[in-house]
Structures are given as C-alpha cells and as structure tokens.
Design a binder for this molecule. Structure first.
Ligand SMILES: CC(C)(COP(=O)(O)OP(=O)(O)OC[C@H]1O[C@@H](n2cnc3c(N)ncnc32)[C@H](O)[C@@H]1OP(=O)(O)O)[C@@H](O)C(=O)NCCC(=O)NCCS
Length: 210
C-alpha cells in the first residue's frame, strides 16, 4: 500500500480520511445528518441495505454482517436512512455500497453522502472514483446526475438448476444446482437466449480533484 491513501492509514490499518475525526457529524439540513459509520449502527445499516436492495436487480444480495470499508458514511434521522461505503486501495476509489432506505428516496440523501465522500477523498489526493451498476434506472440516473459516465460493461449470468447443466460440469461427486457467471458483453444475445436471468453490469467512473 503506497501513495496518499496508504500514507493516511492509521495504527489499525484502516484508512483514516481527514474529516472522519475532524468533523464527526456534518449537518446537511435540520432533519438529516451525515456521519461516519459506528459499530453500533450495524443492525440498522444491514436493514437499510437489504430493504434498499429489495426492489432492485440485487434483491438477493443479502449480507448477514457488515463488511468493512475504508470510508463508511451513514445518513441518519435517528435511524439509518442511507449508507455509502468506499474502498480506497490507492489513488482510485470504488463505491462498494450506496443505498438509501426506500422510504427516504429522492430527498438528496445519496447525493449528500457522495458529496461528503468526494470532499474527503479529494483532500486525500484521490483522483477518481468508480462503481458497478446494473440496469436499475434510479441508480443509473443518479450516477449520471452525479457526474459518472459508463466506461465499460460486461454480463452477469445466473444459471438456474434447469440451466446450469448446459454451462457447467462438476467433479468429485458434486452436482451443480445453480451458478453465477460472467461473460463478455458481445455474447449478450446468446446469453439471453440460454439463460433467464442476465444482467448488464456497467463500470461507472468519475474523475476527482481540481
Ligand atoms: C440510487 C439511490 C442510492 C439514490 O438515492 P436517493 O437518496 O434517492 O438519491 P438522491 O435523492 O440524491 O437523488 C435522486 C433524485 O432525487 C432528486 N432530489 C430531490 N431532492 C434532492 C436534493 N435535495 N438533492 C439532490 N437530489 C434531489 C434528484 O432530482 C434526483 O434525481 P435523479 O433520479 O435524476 O438522480 C437509491 O435510489 C437507491 O438506494 N437505490 C437502490 C440501491 C441501488 O441501486 N444502489 C446503486 C448501487 S449499484
């Protein structure tokens, strides 16, 4: 680990981004605050994430425990209404999670979370941020409104028990009963003919800095 982000790592090995300790809570409006995630938020964080993903193509991406990230922000109004996790392995950052509770959409929460993250990342010298998005229209519109552009795309394929035999054979007495697979975008027509659940996954990128 080198560079600006590496130099910012503290004794715990996790990234200590300026702002996390200087400004633990940032008021955006009277009813909403954005602050760093705390371990006590875990239950509310997981509920916000799973409810937020329910109506999306990621409906079955359920986590039983929070995965830690370098920069972890939450929006709260007493309960957690939005979450943003960013990994910062070097000069480029990646949004790992951006989810707003369904009852709190369209209020600018995700935009405010991103603005706070971008300000901190830019102070650390991070030069770009990316995220992976499927075909969920609200998410794609939000990324576009916030300056992200599509850089590339590929296919994610879920093979059902009925379909998986056409794609895989297993060894050692194992029998495949489903699979999650990636494929090149050029094979989209063929994949959609062969498999019922196919997603286009896009890499969305945005430059940071002056
Ligand atoms: C994508 C998502 C995070 C956006 O969250 P949000 O808090 O509703 O987003 P915002 O309120 O910041 O912006 C949404 C819209 O609200 C409107 N809005 C209303 N008040 C606003 C304000 N004060 N500031 C900014 N935007 C505001 C904007 O016009 C914006 O329009 P858009 O759809 O063209 O972008 C949310 O829809 C979500 O959680 N989706 C499910 C999870 C998901 O798909 N995440 C992406 C991972 S791939």
């Amino acid at each position: 680990m080198g560079g600006v982000a590496g130099a910012a790592r503290g004794r715990t090995g996790r990234l200590s981004l300026p702002g996390a300790w200087e400004r633990p809570e940032v008021r955006r409006d009277p009813g909403r605050s954005i602050r760093d995630y705390e371990p006590a938020d875990e239950g509310a964080w997981l509920r916000c994430r799973v409810l937020g993903l329910l109506g999306t193509t990621c409906y079955d991406d359920v986590w039983p425990a929070k995965r830690r990230a370098d920069l972890e922000l939450v929006a709260t109004d007493g309960d957690v209404t939005g979450v943003l996790d960013v990994s910062v392995p070097g000069a480029e950052a990646t949004i790992e999670t951006v989810v707003v509770h369904p009852d709190h959409r369209g209020l600018g929460i995700a935009t405010a979370l991103l603005a706070e993250a971008v300000a901190r990342l830019e102070r650390c010298g991070v030069r770009g941020i990316d995220a992976w998005a499927r075909e969920d229209a609200p998410a794609l519109a939000w990324f576009a409104r916030n300056g992200f552009v599509e850089e590339c795309r590929y296919l994610q394929v879920y093979a059902s028990p009925a379909e998986v035999g056409t794609a895989l054979t297993a060894k050692h007495g194992l029998e495949p009963v489903g699979a999650f697979l990636h494929a090149r975008i050029e094979r989209e027509t063929e994949m959609r003919q062969r498999f019922e659940r196919v997603h286009v996954c896009r890499r969305m990128v945005r430059g940071l800095g002056p």
